[in-house]
Design a protein around this ligand. Structure first.
Ligand SMILES: [Zn+2]
Length: 342
């Protein structure tokens, strides 16, 4: 274990210290920006002139989703080098360095099912991922609380890539909003990032983005930026729009937003989730069928033991199918086209 110093590549430092560091560190850049390393994968920046915006960018909650990890590390490097000058407070979270090192989604447990306290429910804090999820919650809380409550806007983009390709390469999950209205400004930012497909979640979940939205009123999204690839094999040109937009967001530049028009988006809502109950669970569509593919009514989607799962609604499409999940977990999410609730 070691202490971070600014000459080090932050991602390399985090991967070398898989679950913890010797001690936190803090220093100030020549341009006055304060830098605090709280833990492995956790680095906060506070510009000398603080504005009213607190932004969290997280990546690597799934360790093999390397594109966003490389993107965030580039931002960190540019800020440390003084090339990117912040106009907002920002916290970068590299979620699961140990799983990055083995090139897997997780080591023992899918961390994006462990937030909003799920980490401490039975069997309790029994593995590294559960402990890490609890720590990440504390870091989010600390960052937003240190920014203060009054009149500040809070954003959290949790960046991922999907196991499968998608009909629309980039898409975002908009967490359940309870009584709050969906933000069209946020959708405009998503569009500028190249994300025009939005899945509106209709219930509380144990994802990281729902946690920030629910606990801190943040405008939060799970943003899927394309398909999983190994480190160094990402075509970074596919991230140009998201990179430019987030850069502008962090530096107070022009994000080039278009006026909001619902016709620019493919909006979906969840119709149901199909949970795997038995080891015999199998899908009847190919492994390369992409997210947001729809099937005709009556189509046999999956089966296990004596149960068959068919398409029940015209236009119903699949998202995040994964037959390899543990029994009792979601095997696929079913979605249908929708409009923004008024
Ligand atoms: Zn992911």
């Amino acid at each position: 274990m070691s202490v971070y110093s600014p000459e080090q590549d932050f991602l390399a430092f985090s991967r070398a210290n898989e679950w913890s560091i010797e001690q936190p560190s803090a220093f100030t850049l020549d341009n006055g920006t304060g830098v605090e390393v709280w833990d492995t994968g956790i680095i906060a920046f506070v510009p000398a002139q603080v504005t009213s915006h607190d932004i969290i960018l997280s990546c690597g909650v799934h360790g093999n989703e390397t594109g966003p990890i490389e993107l965030c590390n580039e931002f960190v490097r540019d800020i440390l080098d003084g090339k990117l000058v912040l106009s907002t407070r920002v916290l970068f979270i590299f979620g699961n360095p140990a799983s990055m090192n083995i090139g897997e989604r997780f080591v023992q447990e899918n961390m994006n099912r462990l937030f909003s306290g799920a980490h401490s429910q039975a069997p309790g804090l029994s593995n590294h991922e559960r402990i890490r999820a609890k720590k990440l919650e504390n870091y989010v809380q600390r960052f937003y609380q240190e920014g203060g409550d009054k009149g500040r806007s809070r954003t959290h983009y949790d960046l991922h890539t999907a196991i499968r390709g998608s009909k629309n390469e980039k898409f975002a999950v908009y967490p359940y909003q309870k009584e709050r209205k969906h933000s069209t400004l946020q959708l405009q930012i998503m569009l500028a990032c190249g994300v025009n497909t939005i899945l509106l979640s209709n219930s509380p979940t144990t994802t990281f983005s729902y946690f920030s939205c629910d606990q801190f009123g943040a405008d939060a999204f799970t943003v899927e930026l394309g398909k999983v690839r190994p480190f160094g094999q990402n075509d970074m040109t596919r991230f140009i729009e998201v990179k430019q937009t987030l850069k502008a967001l962090l530096s107070g530049g022009d994000m080039g937003l278009s006026p909001y028009d619902e016709a620019d988006f493919n909006l979906f809502k969840v119709s149901r989730a199909i949970d795997k109950q038995d080891d015999s669970f199998e899908f009847y569509f190919a492994d390369d069928v992409v997210n947001f593919t729809s099937f005709p009514r009556g189509f046999l989607l999956a089966s296990e033991k004596d149960t068959q799962y068919k398409i029940i609604e015209e236009g119903e499409a699949i998202v995040f199918p994964n037959a390899n999940v543990a029994n009792g977990n979601r095997a696929v999410l079913m979605v249908v086209p929708t409009q923004l609730p008024t």
